[in-house]
Design a protein around this ligand. Structure first.
Ligand SMILES: Nc1ncnc2c1ncn2[C@@H]1O[C@H](COP(=O)(O)OP(=O)(O)OP(=O)(O)O)[C@@H](O)[C@H]1O
Ligand SMILES: [Mg+2]
Length: 337
């Protein structure tokens, strides 16, 4: 059995908005096992970033708040820690890299200063040791001339280089868990592939545990051991990457895979999923995917599905896998009529 390093249980992160409470993350549970990469995938607005920010306790306040749930790490619930305790954990135990590095790099400080500063804050590496480590980290993330780069400012670097610097900074205090939120979306395709390979190699080399967030199911096979698919603030299916891609069970996962552009390149028909994710201020009463689901039953719009066990034991939130609730003797059309 894999050892969970982090256990997220029934996490709910909500926002007070002028149109009501936005239940952005609404009952998310998953384990992050030591030494694995888990990808969270899902369309825009499904709650991926807010899940990651909740783990770091960096949800934008005061509108956003963690309504309930548990985030267990090292036998403790992170939600019980004080602000000070959580601050000392950030960077050292849990580090995060973001989609757009320019927003997290300081434009008026050199790259070298910023990486050293990230270390000095925690006091694990200081002075000359921090200086040496900065060079070796830049080398590790594939930067060819670290001595030159440390003297430069973020705006002098390309997007790919900046993302490498961000990764070096995230690794600077040897985090146990790296959260990477769309780390390659802002980059062009070739650089994207390089950065993903870099992350996969670092994860292996350092035995790190990684949570990779992406809206692109096409990239997960390159990096992730397991995948959790998010829809409407919830996880709808979790499985090993290979099984998920070759044999998706939830109609939403099936739609995501059928609409992958790589299929069109292979000459297969490309599927377009109609409709959009509903607003988090007004989740439907039944299944949140029902309005878009090609396999829906009458029941689906009335009753929210639980998480059921589907093929190979994987958890799937869909009535199709309910042992009892669905009258499987009738076709969806008969039920609807
Ligand atoms: N500051 C905020 N105030 C109100 N609602 C918010 C706020 N931030 C996020 N939300 C809501 O939470 C939901 C989930 O947002 P989140 O950023 O987690 O989506 P995502 O899955 O990361 O999408 P993307 O792929 O676009 O990054 C969104 O529908 C958004 O409306
Ligand atoms: Mg996001």
């Amino acid at each position: 059995m894999p050892t969970p390093l982090l256990e997220v249980q029934e996490l709910r992160t909500w926002f007070s908005t002028s149109s009501g409470i936005a239940k952005a993350v609404d009952g998310v549970s998953f384990n992050l096992n030591a030494g694995e990469t888990l990808a969270i995938v899902g369309e825009s607005g499904s709650g991926k970033s807010i899940t990651a920010l909740s783990l770091m306790q960096l949800v934008p306040e005061p509108a956003g708040y963690i309504e309930s749930g548990r985030i267990l790490y090292g036998g403790k619930d992170l939600l019980d820690l004080t602000w000070e305790q959580m601050r000392s954990l950030r960077g050292k135990d849990l580090a995060m890299i973001f989609q757009e590095p320019m927003t997290s790099l300081n434009p008026v400080m050199t790259v070298g200063w910023q990486i050293r500063e990230a270390m000095e804050v925690h006091g694990k590496y200081r002075g000359d040791e921090a200086r040496q480590r900065t060079l070796s980290l830049l080398d590790k993330v594939g930067i060819r001339d670290p001595k030159q780069i440390v003297k430069q400012y973020p705006y002098e670097l390309s997007g790919g280089m900046r993302q490498r610097v961000m990764i070096a900074m995230a690794l600077s205090n040897d985090p146990k868990i790296l959260l990477a939120d769309e780390p390659t979306t802002a980059l062009d395709v070739t650089v994207q592939a390089q950065i993903l390979d870099l992350l996969a190699n670092l994860q292996k080399q350092l035995g790190m545990t990684m949570l990779l967030i992406t809206h692109d199911l096409g990239i997960v096979s390159r990096v992730a051991h397991r995948v959790a698919v998010m829809y409407g603030g919830q996880i709808v299916e979790q499985a090993e990457t290979k099984q998920l891609l070759s044999n998706p069970q939830h109609p939403y996962t099936q739609g995501l895979i059928a609409s992958l552009p790589t299929r069109a390149r292979r000459g297969e028909d490309l599927y377009t999923m109609e409709g959009v994710v509903p607003a988090p201020t007004a989740w439907p009463v039944g299944c949140r995917f029902a309005a878009r689901c090609p396999r829906k039953w009458e029941l689906c719009e009335r009753v929210i599905p639980d998480v059921y066990t589907a093929e190979d034991g994987r958890p799937v939130r869909c009535h199709l896998y309910s042992p009892t609730e669905l009258d499987k003797t009738k076709s969806p059309a008969e039920v609807a009529s």
